[in-house]
Design a protein around this ligand. Structure first.
Ligand code: COI
Length: 364
């Protein structure tokens, strides 16, 4: 396969500064992903030349040929990570290397040439350094980084494109859900599917999100915040929530679906499993069926349910809908373990507590 970086050394990053900096929103008014900083990072790929021309430029629209491949065949991947302003004022990234690595895994699956991982990390540092005043200060807020790669060749044949654009944009964000840290309601669907093993479910590609919108709208119409996807074959096993991985506590066991090819290997998922194991909790990555969840609830053993994600952090689930039934979890309130996990990860991210796994990297 030709999907390997042809860029051997990191080229210097050219810089054109914005001449009209934008007003920054107050931390109290931040939502998710609606405001963008003054600059963006862009780099091009051409077959034969590899990745080249890394640059930081004023945030601006792209001009695109209507035949650009990504607009037709969705050869596009992205990732999402956050930079936090710590309690000591220092800006740090959470698990930046893991996100850079996942971006490259997504590239491989979509036949997009991978990037030099160091160059991805350099783009994070260089752009956040330029726009560092945009990193909000209030707890619960952060600067969201959205690195993205798209096929930029104008060509209507279906094959890997010969040209790509890598870009990175930044957005100061508050909570992903309108509920904030309050419990969300999710609806398990057995009519629509997000992904099947062997498909694209394990990578962060645009099409996965397009596939989720119809069912998400149906769920919203019924009063739910998100869809809980079941496996695409038997419609029986929990997969993920699309914007987050899912975890349940049944009795004393924390359970999350395994990385078996149809769910995203969430960075927050991995971190939360580590915290559970650090604390001596039993944390299993195993298939869990919706029937097992319902049976546990009937026996009073379904203690807590929560989602994990970069945008969602740790989001308690207070209600699960399935086939017209409503299951209220922990009286619709945030459970003690969910709260403990939220506090622990947020403590690490904002530098208020120790970082035993070395997850945080200081902005250089
Ligand atoms: C993230 O958590 O970073 C995501 O990409 C989820 C979503 C906003 C698409």
């Amino acid at each position: 396969m030709s999907s390997f970086s042809e860029c051997a050394v990191s080229a210097p990053i050219a810089l054109v500064r914005a001449t009209h900096p934008k007003p920054r929103p107050a931390d109290d008014h931040l939502q998710f992903g609606s405001v963008f900083t003054d600059h963006m990072f862009v780099m091009d790929y051409s077959k034969g030349q590899g990745w080249h021309s890394p640059r930081i430029q004023p945030y601006q629209p792209f001009s695109m040929d209507p035949a650009t491949a990504v607009l037709h065949y969705a050869q596009a991947v992205f990732d999402g990570l956050k930079a936090y302003r710590g309690v000591d004022g220092v800006i740090r990234f959470f698990r930046a290397e893991k996100h850079a690595d996942r971006l490259n895994r997504s590239c491989e699956r979509l036949c997009i040439p991978t990037l030099d991982p160091q160059q991805i990390l350099d783009s994070f540092h260089a752009l956040v350094r330029i726009d560092q005043d945009w990193v909000p200060r209030k707890q619960g807020t952060s600067l969201y980084l959205r690195p993205t790669v798209i096929a930029s060749e104008p060509f209507l044949g279906v094959r890997p494109a010969y040209n790509y654009t890598y870009f990175l944009i930044l957005s100061p964000v508050g909570p992903y859900y309108a509920e904030g840290i309050n419990p969300v309601k999710i609806l398990a669907t057995d009519t629509h599917v997000r992904a099947v093993k062997g498909g694209l479910g394990a990578v962060k590609t645009a099409g996965n999100y397009a596939a989720s919108i119809f069912a998400a709208e149906e769920a919203k119409h019924l009063g739910y915040t998100q869809v809980l996807w079941l496996d695409g074959v038997e419609h029986k096993y929990l997969d993920e929530v699309g914007t987050m991985n899912i975890m349940v506590k049944i009795g004393d066991e924390v359970i999350t679906p395994p990385l078996s090819g149809s769910i995203l290997p969430g960075v927050t998922r991995d971190s939360i499993l580590s915290l559970c194991r650090d604390w001596g909790l039993s944390a299993s990555e195993r298939p869990i069926s919706i029937d097992e969840v319902l049976a546990a609830a009937r026996q009073g053993q379904l203690k807590e349910m929560w989602g994990t994600g970069t945008a969602a952090v740790v989001s308690p689930v207070g209600e699960l809908g399935y086939k017209g039934e409503k299951l209220i979890i922990n009286e619709g309130k945030t459970g003690p373990l969910t709260q403990r996990l939220y506090d622990a990860i947020v403590g690490i991210q904002y530098g208020g507590s120790a970082d035993p796994h070395g997850w945080m990297t200081k902005l250089r």
